[in-house]
Design a protein around this ligand. Sequence first.
Ligand SMILES: [Zn+2]
Length: 726
Amino acid sequence: MIVAGFWFVSGLGAAAADGSKPGTAASAEIYRFAAGDLEAVFRTAAGGIQLESIEDARTRTALAVKGAPLFSLHMRRVSNGEERMLTASDGWGKTSAGSSRGGFVFEWAAFPEGELAGLTVRATARLDAPESAIRWALDVENRSADWSVRRCVFPQLDLAETSEDGALLFPRGPGEVQRGAWRREFHYRGNYPSGWCSMQFLAAYREGASPTGLYVGLHDPWGSTKHLDFLSTPKSRTVRLSVDVPAADMNQAGNDFRSSGEVVWRLLRGDWYDAARIYRSWARKEARWWPSLGPEGRADTPLWMRELSAWVMTGGAPEECLPAVKAFRAALGLPVGFHWYRWHQIPFDNDYPHYFPTKTGFAQGVGELQRAGVCVMPYINGRLWDSKDGGAEDLEFSRVALGAATKKEDGQPFLEQYGSKETNGEPVSLAVMCPATKLWKDRVRDIVLRLQRDEGTLGVYIDQIAAAAPALCMDKDHGHPLGGGRWWTQGYWDLLDAIRVAMPPGRVLTSECNAESFVRWFDGYLTWHWQYPGQVPAFPAIYGGAVQMFGRAYRGGPTQDLAMRMKAGQQLVFGEQIGWFDPKQAVEPQNLEFLRKVIQVRWNHRRYFYAGEMSRPPRLSGDVPQVRADWQWSGEWPVTTDAVLTGAWRLPAENRVLLLFANVSDSAVKARCVLDLEEYGLTQSQVRRVSSLDGVKSSDELFAVERLAEPIEFAAKSVAAWELTP
Ligand SMILES: [Zn+2]
């Protein structure tokens, strides 16, 4: 049996060769490649090369069908601005296919139009039989004196529907799964790296008796700027996946393009969790942002931050904040993190970055809170400079900042508005600063160090760095490649390195959202936007222990109490630190009772979350009801989840697993727990189970593994935890 191979098939015949038969495609030729169970078929014809299908050879399931060009190149003629799109499918004067070491190579050249004839595109694929994967690199050699490569869209795949409730996994927030998208209007576009496109992989799969699917990973260790896109066409029951990459030096004639890292197509027999594990195993080996992890997790993150289990947020002068924060701390009896907004005299989202002077008594308030077991983390923005930064006047913007602001192609700065107003009623326009510039690096460092050294705060939250997608800055004075590329992440890496080496011991940096490419430089990520129906903990499955996660936005509305329990329960099983609450809302009796249970359970088992890793969440079988509440993320925002939320966290070196069950509904739920103990490293016929309910130990016994499948009743508004060991 051939498990990895390369067949050359001419016409409709079935003659096979060993791959040593490259050639120029004059008439149509079919190429079939197999990597383990993954098969891809291409057709070369006059002018182009087209993907015909991707198939799971074992279940004979089509995973992708013909339609989308394998790549599209967006070109611009620099002398007159003319735009052209070239695709892999047609128009080329010469195409060829041949074998390369461990795989094959396609080439497109001789585009029959003057200057475009200087383009050569080469797609090199390695066949990875053990993993049933095809690993790609794409190179565009641009010998044109007048045309520039603006963007390269690669890969593009028309994904086939594999079942009526087929699933799409995409990296918004923690990861999200939507079902049946082939049959309805569906569009996701993620700008990477950002909070809404936090990781570089996608998957389409079916579950059930014959699971199969396709994992597509952009294994780019630099985290370059790119866009991930899913778009359904219900009429043809396809979903087009495309990865749109802006080119470096996109306005310069003759710029080459090279895909960064590998583009991986891999057979997926599993679900979102298995896809996340594939990505994790790549990221921990290759990603430049993977931190150094020891037996206790991040040694460069102080223990107080790794252990912290609850957060509140509010803002204003010390006398406005301190009483409520201290009241919550006292009610909880555990350490609390406090995200302090509006501690500065300038208004919010206005006159940035002139954060000093502070409001009166800030440093004293910080000291008082931290002595009382509250870890203080003030807000600053790490990305914006107000274009009218002295009230309604341009104080320093034009004179000092403009040179270091990101620029559009016409030389104007990228400006953003967030609803804040100048004193004259005009909207505040904030410039996006370029992280490659010394001015911005120095300014952010000075603000952070002043807060930590002079004001004494344990943390500083630097807004937007891990939330907002890169700007395609075109300012040639900044010294970075223009437009796309990998310079944006590197600019911030340098900026943050300079802070981390200089900050006093025991301090932390955090940022908004969870763009993965900055994990190593932050101690914590704010998960406030993890608010979507269908979200799954793919990010925690990859980065649990590598960065601490905290800070869902808790909101109001008629179902706010249930929404609060749903969010807190989900945070617990996702491995997040619980919060951030308005301290006044959190101490209301109907809230505090449940929050206290969730936070106590997290605190009791905190080591699992910072020293361990996520394992596959247990599944409950039986009649598990669902709950639905308005999470008020943006207007009315209905979210439905199971009434009992489950999670699993492991300390693999100690062979211990923690299973969590949070019943967020107000009724008891009876169900069976479906466990694969081998997956948790437990192969014995009996296990020791230490159970706790609502943070209080309830039993410690040896259990025959069959008995774990007996029906269990989860009490209303309760949190059960099982610790299993051999
Ligand atoms: Zn720049």
